[in-house]
Ligand binder design. Structure first.
Ligand SMILES: [Zn+2]
Length: 418
């Protein structure tokens, strides 16, 4: 049975121990010592890291009565010197006691029982299964838990009888023959826990709840404590300051300013859409005036890419669909459109959706092959996208050539009474 030095002195960082066994495994070198300062993880708290005999400790875990240290290299026989990563351990102890304090207030004041907790990186999460916990309750509990921190209450570790535990504990441990380890914080908390905690509440520094989410019909509360909370607040404050400078407001004005900007954006987007529709309608009118007549149909073929007819660009390249809509809402119009935008090229062929005399699929297939465009077809609407890597003039020429071929296919089909 490995002697657990981490329970004897929470603030010790280095130790010497005898190597009982070591063996090469798939994941690293497994080392068993007669005693250790490395906490193997448990109670939601991850294991300690550090060095042992000059090698890095990758993982520490319990196997029966023994504690296994997984190292990234071999160590000599006999005595070995170890040191834990103190910054990591101290932060884990801050996070763990901070979580106890918030859980204790939520239980004592609001009768909310934590189902489980987990420390992962800088984040601590607490689950309340099948119980909805609202934000206001958590805010109140957070404030009270911070008050408990600032009262700097000593943390006691007790090993009472099971009857005592049943009488006082916030939650009961699983039935065991082993002594039950109780973490007691003044008259605020009395809870069984195998984890490691700072020895006074003041060392937690601060608790900050960062978010709440729905989880398993209940609520998961995310929080950070101590140094991890400071790191988080540092980032949030820095980012908030940058946003305030952009919005020329203080921290309490940010939300209203963002809502205002979103309204403005919605209005501008809507106005922009109307203007683009008007521009598309005007361009459609211009194209129809100069369009080719093929029997009862009017054939419009156009490359929308800034090098188009008339040398001006009334619509951005990505607006092929607006132009298509403006053209094909008129019965008798067959539109063969191509466009370029940041993502590549697109083809859009079609006619009024009730015009059964036209089928653009054959024309689209040929044009798509010439421009390496992929897409889907129906008789009255065929569209696809592709990449063209050439310079803009070459792309334009290639698209124009594809439209010329497509126009010829349509012309022949219409004249043969499709
Ligand atoms: Zn605990």
């Amino acid at each position: 049975m490995t002697q657990k030095l981490y329970y004897e002195d929470l603030y010790r960082t280095e130790f010497d121990a005898a190597v009982l066994r070591h063996e090469e495994g798939k994941e690293g070198v497994r080392v068993i010592l007669d005693r250790t300062l490395f906490y193997p993880g448990g109670g939601g708290q991850p294991c300690d890291k550090g060095t042992l005999g000059g090698q890095n400790v990758l993982d520490v875990f319990e196997e029966g009565e023994e504690i296994v240290h997984l190292l990234d290299g071999p160590i000599p026989e006999g005595e070995v010197h170890g040191g834990i990563d103190w910054d990591r351990r101290f932060e884990l102890m801050q996070q763990h006691l901070g979580q106890h304090l918030l859980a204790a207030v939520l239980f004592k004041r609001f009768e909310l029982r934590t189902s489980r907790m987990r420390i992962e990186g800088d984040d601590v999460s607490m689950d309340f299964d099948n119980t909805h916990v609202d934000e206001e309750t958590v805010r109140q509990a957070e404030a009270e838990a911070n008050e408990a921190i600032w009262r700097d209450i000593p943390v006691e570790i007790l090993y009472p009888s099971f009857d005592e535990v049943k009488l006082h504990a916030r939650k009961l441990p699983p039935k065991t023959s082993e002594p039950i380890r109780i973490v007691k914080v003044g008259d605020l908390d009395y809870v069984p826990c195998c984890g490691l905690h700072v020895q006074r509440t003041g060392e937690v520094g601060i608790i900050k709840v960062t978010s709440l989410e729905n989880h398993k019909g209940g609520t998961r509360v995310h929080l950070r404590c101590g140094r991890a909370a400071f790191r988080w607040l540092d980032v949030v404050c820095h980012e908030a300051r940058r946003v305030q400078l952009e919005l020329t407001c203080g921290p309490d004005g940010m939300f209203q300013r963002v809502l205002h900007l979103k309204d403005e954006m919605r209005e501008l987007t809507s106005r922009n859409g109307e203007l683009l529709d008007q521009a598309a309608a005007a361009l459609a009118e211009e194209l129809l005036q100069n369009a080719e007549h093929a029997g009862e149909h009017v054939l419009v073929s156009y490359v929308l890419d800034g090098a188009g007819q008339g040398g001006h660009e009334p619509l951005p390249g990505g607006e092929v669909k607006r132009l298509f809509h403006a053209l094909t809402q008129r019965p008798g119009v067959v539109a063969l459109l191509a466009g370029t935008d940041a993502e590549g090229v697109s083809l859009l062929f079609g006619c009024h959706r009730e015009d059964k005399r036209v089928d653009v699929r054959g024309a689209f297939k040929q044009a798509a092959e010439m421009t390496s465009v992929r897409g889907g077809c129906s008789p009255c609407c065929a569209q696809g996208h592709g990449h063209l890597c050439e310079a803009q003039e070459q792309t334009h020429a290639k698209l124009q050539a594809a439209l010329d071929v497509a126009a010829e296919v349509i012309r022949q089909a219409l004249s043969s009474g499709q």
